[in-house]
Design a protein around this ligand. Structure first.
Ligand SMILES: [Zn+2]
Length: 495
């Protein structure tokens, strides 16, 4: 059916006014002017059909409409002021819509364009009492639900990267198209620590679309309709693991507290941007540019609000480089430990935790139920009840997400997956070493050999993938001999 405005050229304008509703020639004229204006604005050529007759008039009595219907093939569309101008009678409406449908032409009103699918619903809506209409609509929606439950597609449009096709059973389904590659790229970039803005710049998709794509679970092949989820309903573009990782990465960037938001903003002038936190009070330590009088500018950290003194960036970096080897060591050890623990032990451990959490859940539900009864018996005041209710419900929400997490862990429990995770981390470390021009081998570094890093933004992005926080301490400490001296200490917390 033709719905594209650009290819509508020649239209039939149909005007009907009804005597029984007190309309007259003036009404007819004003309707005519409105529709002629619409045609001229949209560049349609038009032929006018008009009559003054009751909306319930028999079909045969409606000469203008009949001659219009007989000549339908000459037109690209029928233009009316409102769709009920065609007919108020259900039987006639259906007859007219069938003719329009067969001719493949839409009905245009000043508000919108009605195509094939709209006709049926409109016919029902316009002729039935409101209550009946609602019933039918409910049944139609129920039909949609049933379809969805069978894993059939009920969405009107496929997501970006998919085409909507009919399969061999004549059921609608989605298949990836050539744009799927862009979708994969977007997920990949998100996992690698790029923010929405950068992803948008790289892929050319608008920022908002990037966000929507990363949130759309349909890309894992999951069909979602309201509260219904059907997995593997059509081919996935990204696997579930990728989706989850991207979701996590983005949530870390966008969601929650202001501090997290601040983390990603601004120009990157140091590779440690947004990574350093006060060891004393936990506040984030920010850097500032300090103009040196003589030759070059230098970065320094600001004094913390709690009083922890600031430090020059170069001193901090030297300490960080000296410590960085430890991060690699940490992941290698963790990996080994994970490999040394038999899978069965791990499974047992997770199952144990699951049982424990489920018990807690049951207990909370019982508590809530008891509180309800006590409230009904007047043993609890409204305020007391509300407090228990809110508290229990919050705990229940936290519990159910914990349980989902554990179940997830259980389902992905295998050595290959586990090793992949650590391999990824170590690969990342390799990349960081390269970016920072650090020596490739293992072991502690001599920072005096370290070349300055050229792409600070890239190094900072990689470091954020690997490191959660770097705790910074500067103060007086006694050494083994009781001599007090000022030390600068960094404690790296890997992700
Ligand atoms: Zn502090």
């Amino acid at each position: 059916m033709v719905t594209n405005n650009n290819i509508l050229k020649n239209v039939a304008v149909y005007l009907r006014i009804s005597r029984d509703k007190g309309e007259n020639v003036d009404t007819l004229q004003s309707h005519r002017e409105r529709l002629v204006r619409l045609c001229e604005e949209r560049g349609y050529t038009y032929t006018i059909f008009e009559e003054i007759i009751s909306g319930q008039a028999r079909m045969e009595a409606r000469e203008a409409l009949n001659s219009l219907l007989d000549d339908l093939e000459k037109y690209d569309a029928v233009v009316v002021t409102a769709i009920d101008r065609l007919s108020r009678d259900l039987e006639y409406s259906i007859h007219i819509f069938k003719r329009l449908e067969k001719a493949g032409i839409p009905v245009i009103t000043p508000e919108r364009i009605y195509t094939e699918q709209d006709f049926t619903l409109y016919a029902i809506e316009s002729t039935l009492a409101h209550g009946e209409y609602k019933q039918i609509r409910k049944r139609m929606l129920q039909g949609k639900r049933d379809k969805a439950l069978r894993g059939e597609i009920v969405a009107s449009r496929p997501p970006f990267g998919y085409d909507s096709i009919l399969n061999k059973d004549k059921k609608r389904t989605f298949v990836p198209n050539e744009k799927a590659e862009t979708v994969r790229k977007i997920f990949n970039l998100a996992i690698n620590g790029y923010g929405g803005k950068s992803i948008s710049d790289i892929t050319g998709k608008p920022y908002k679309s990037v966000q929507n794509i990363l949130r759309n679970e349909a890309y894992t092949g999951t069909m979602i309709y309201k509260d219904i989820r059907v997995e593997d309903a059509f081919p996935a573009i990204v696997d579930k693991d990728t989706f989850k990782k991207a979701d996590y990465a983005m949530r870390e960037r966008f969601a929650g507290d202001r501090e997290q938001r601040v983390r990603t903003k601004g120009k990157v002038r140091t590779i440690l941007k947004d990574l350093v936190y006060c060891d004393n009070c936990g506040r984030k330590i920010s850097f500032q540019l300090k103009r040196r009088e003589v030759y070059e500018d230098a970065m320094v950290t600001k004094k913390c609000e709690c009083g922890m003194p600031g430090v020059k960036e170069e001193t901090l970096l030297a300490e960080f480089y000296a410590q960085f080897y430890w991060v690699e060591l940490h992941f290698r050890e963790e990996w080994q430990k994970a490999l040394d623990t038999p899978l069965e032990d791990k499974r047992g451990n997770i199952e144990g935790q699951l049982t424990e959490q489920t018990k807690k859940q049951e207990k909370l539900n019982r508590r809530l139920k008891n509180a309800r009864e006590m409230r009904l018996d007047g043993e609890l005041s409204k305020a007391e009840f509300e407090e228990i209710k809110t508290e229990s419900e919050n705990e229940l929400i936290a519990l159910s997400s914990k349980i989902a997490e554990l179940n997830d862990e259980l389902s992905t429990l295998d050595t290959v997956k586990l090793s992949q995770g650590y391999q990824e981390k170590l690969r990342l470390i390799g990349m960081i070493k390269e970016e920072l021009n650090l020596p490739k081998g293992k072991g502690q570094l001599n920072y005096t050999k370290v070349e300055p890093c050229t792409n600070k933004e890239e190094a900072n992005r990689l470091l954020k993938l690997l490191i959660d926080k770097i705790y910074y301490f500067r103060g007086i400490q006694a050494d083994a001999f009781g001599n007090e001296e000022e030390v600068i200490k960094l404690t790296i917390a890997p992700k």
